[in-house]
Design a protein around this ligand. Sequence first.
Ligand SMILES: Cc1ncc(COP(=O)(O)O)c(C=O)c1O
Length: 372
Amino acid sequence: MEGWHFVHDESRYRGRRGLVPDLRPQAPLLRVIPDSRRQAVPGLTAPRYTVRNYISQRKLLQHTHLATTRPPRCRLWTKMADFLSDSYARLRTIVSQRDDATLPLQTSLDAGAASLPQEGDPDFLAGRGAQDTVDHLLGDIVPALNGQNLSSRYFGFVTGGTLPIAEVADNIVTALDQNVQVHLPDQTVSTAVEDAALRMLLALLELGAPGDWPGRTFTTGATGSNTLGLACGREAVVASRLPAGSEGATVAKAGLLGACLAAGVNRIQVLTSMGHSSLSKAASIVGIGHDAVVELPASDDEPWRLDLDAVERELARDGVANIIVVSAGEVNTGRFATNALDMPKLRSLADRYRAWIHVDGGMSLCALSLPS
Ligand SMILES: Cc1ncc(COP(=O)(O)O)c(C=O)c1O
């Protein structure tokens, strides 16, 4: 959107007011003016609104319009529904006819790769049409995909097999294109569904009452969770060191550099034992850095266990803020970094030294749902 400016336009707002009676009546409408016309607009100063303001206002208008008009079921709509059902039925037939080898044949891999668009092909960016694309996907690509979902004998990666009911649920989300980023309880139950699932998960894993976890959310996976966990930790450990009078200089507000300067923090460390490789990736994404991940194994025999004495020595360092990452459990062995006795000790250490605890349960936390 470079080269566009968003201008507060009261007069236009007044003219349209009657058209948008329910939509944030205090909010001014926005007018978009391209750079080329910018000089010609009298009184135009610096842009005062962002792209997002403008889009969200348009979206609100669209929402209201779509919610009150029901499109007729035209022939195109029926054709589209048939296309989807037929394509999916074909996919399911192909999947059910696969043999139980979980890896595709080399010939299928080669054919799949050769069927992909290549720069230099005259039709590289040409549209193929929906039917042709389905034929390509089902005929060339699907035979070249592995069957990790189809057999318990696939050990190539840890991705779990999708249960049939999970596939159904996934398809519902796709068919109705739901969005859980915005809470619109009058328009969809989707965020309530997500929260119900989160509350059930808390109960299943016996992690305590929902009120203890006000910031609960799903992420895209364990790497996403580690990134989010370190981002939350970074925010908290720096904020807890801000002196009186600069409480507002948080990482979120002042940025990592500004907040650390204000808080007298010259290093943020991540203390762990056999942390998953994604932890270092997450540390680099949130500006803490790979090198700040400190391995503190209890011993050579039990490298996955966290050495609590070593943790305390690190926590006591001056000018250093710490995030403790507990592996629950370690990716190769499933072993946990702590036991039931270690956790309360770790909690009191973290409280004493203003550290944050993040538990990476990507591998074995589900064990908590077992009866014993
Ligand atoms: C302990 C642990 N953390 C993080 C990850 C990364 O998970 P994902 O692939 O879901 O991002 C894994 C994956 O094996 C893991 O075992």
